[in-house]
Design a binder for this molecule. Structure first.
Ligand SMILES: C[S@@+](CC[C@H](N)C(=O)[O-])C[C@H]1O[C@@H](n2cnc3c(N)ncnc32)[C@H](O)[C@@H]1O
Length: 379
């Protein structure tokens, strides 16, 4: 569903002096969403999740992460007067999240600190694809109209528009965190990807879906929507990660903070009705096949955490991934820990510090798996 019925179709993002989007002041209404009911202690135990006391009772590693307290960055006063509901953010443990539009419930913050983390993430993703924005076999002259679903900070859309100056690129998201100084062939719109997409059929030459982990309520429906609005001969490409940190040498140990991370995200996905195990369930390939895409190809990518890998190219992926995650570790973790486990900020903070210690332990050789899948709509 597009927000056009309830809010302007292409909202102008607030501008900071640097031209970046900034988070506007949370509006005073509507009332914040009710706190989600956490999983019971029994359910947590059954899922192999250790209680909060496990982390608070262990000696904490040296404090070198902040407490995730609100870091909204500069707030542009000109945005405070905007009355559209899309600027009504709710606040959870000092971080802001988008207002609920349609059925969307986003687990990633939309404040400036997280937008900055997404910027690093964009670079990390480029490194993973060998400096490319996509792997689909696109022919430059045929690409006229492109859609980037859940565009986040919008950098993919902007870079694509630079590379394809004759194409019109639309980035959509549920939250207006995109910059307003963009190439003339880019625009951003508010749209919930979990609802019926609003574009007419056969509209786009290419649709990009990147990092939709934990935000899609029905992957088959997502690709049915994508199929409908892709032009015959056009491509869809999706990059999805797994939830679990793994190691080949047993260095990610059962009961460690890194091992627990995957378990909590897995349960979090079940609770939110938006899975984090996109790689493990092979949802992208299955969804594209079921929707009718053909010539489906995929590439699996090992993403180490940090630069431990002996292969220089793979290690570089890990260095950038680490930077993107650690630049806002609290932002990636706290919503799920609060929503799923009902932990207090202090408990989540204790856990986060243990995770960070694991993440910086040179003896732990962890990685996650990701899969890029692309396919064509038949002519
Ligand atoms: C991890 S970011 C990915 C950003 C971008 N695709 C990238 O690769 O850099 C996830 C984005 O999904 C957006 N999002 C969450 N739920 C959504 C929904 N139902 N429809 C559209 N966007 C959504 C969030 O606001 C956030 O910007």
């Amino acid at each position: 569903m597009s927000s056009s019925a309830q809010s302007p179709r292409s909202p102008k993002s607030p501008k900071s002096p640097t031209g970046k989007a900034t988070s506007p002041a949370p509006a005073t209404s509507p009332a914040p969403a009710a706190a989600p009911a956490p999983l019971s202690a029994e359910a947590q135990g059954a899922a192999g999740i250790l209680p909060a006391t496990h982390w608070t009772e262990q000696p904490l590693p040296e404090e070198d992460v902040d407490d995730g307290a609100s870091s909204l960055g500069s707030i542009n006063s000109t945005t405070a007067s905007l009355s559209s509901t899309i600027f009504h953010y709710r606040e959870v443990q000092g971080r802001t999240y988008h207002a609920e539009i349609g059925s969307a419930e986003s687990w990633t913050p939309n404040d400036q600190r997280h937008v900055d983390a997404m910027e690093l993430l964009h670079h990390a993703m480029m490194v993973q694809l060998g400096g490319k924005l996509f792997l689909s076999p696109l022919e430059q002259k045929k690409i006229q109209k492109v859609l980037d679903i859940a565009t986040g900070g919008g950098l993919w859309a902007i870079d694509f528009a630079d590379e394809f100056p004759n194409a019109e690129v639309i980035g959509t998201d549920v939250t207006p965190i995109q910059p307003s100084w963009v190439p003339p062939n880019v625009k951003f719109e508010i749209e919930d990807c979990n609802q019926e997409w609003t574009w007419p059929e056969d509209t786009f030459d290419f649709i990009n879906l990147r990092l939709l982990t934990g935000i899609v309520s029905d992957w088959d429906a997502l690709f049915r929507n994508a199929y409908r609005v892709t032009k015959p001969g056009g491509y869809v490409e999706s990059y999805g990660t797994g939830a679990h940190f793994m190691s080949d040498d047993g260095s990610v140990k059962d009961g460690s903070a890194l091992e627990q991370w995957g378990k909590v995200f897995r349960e979090g996905g079940k609770k939110l009705g938006r899975t984090f195990t996109v790689y493990e369930e092979d949802l992208q390939r299955k969804g594209m096949e079921a929707a009718g895409f053909v010539d489906i190809e995929f590439r699996d990518i090992q993403v180490p955490y940090g630069g431990w890998h002996h292969d220089k190219e793979i290690a570089e992926r890990g260095i950038w991934w680490k930077m993107a995650i650690e630049s806002d570790l609290e932002g990636w973790v706290h919503y799920i820990w609060n929503a799923v486990l009902g932990w207090t900020p202090n408990e989540a903070k204790a856990f986060t510090r243990h995770v960070k210690r694991d993440m910086n332990d040179p003896n732990i050789h962890s990685y996650i798996m990701a899969r890029v899948v692309w396919g064509r709509k038949p002519e």
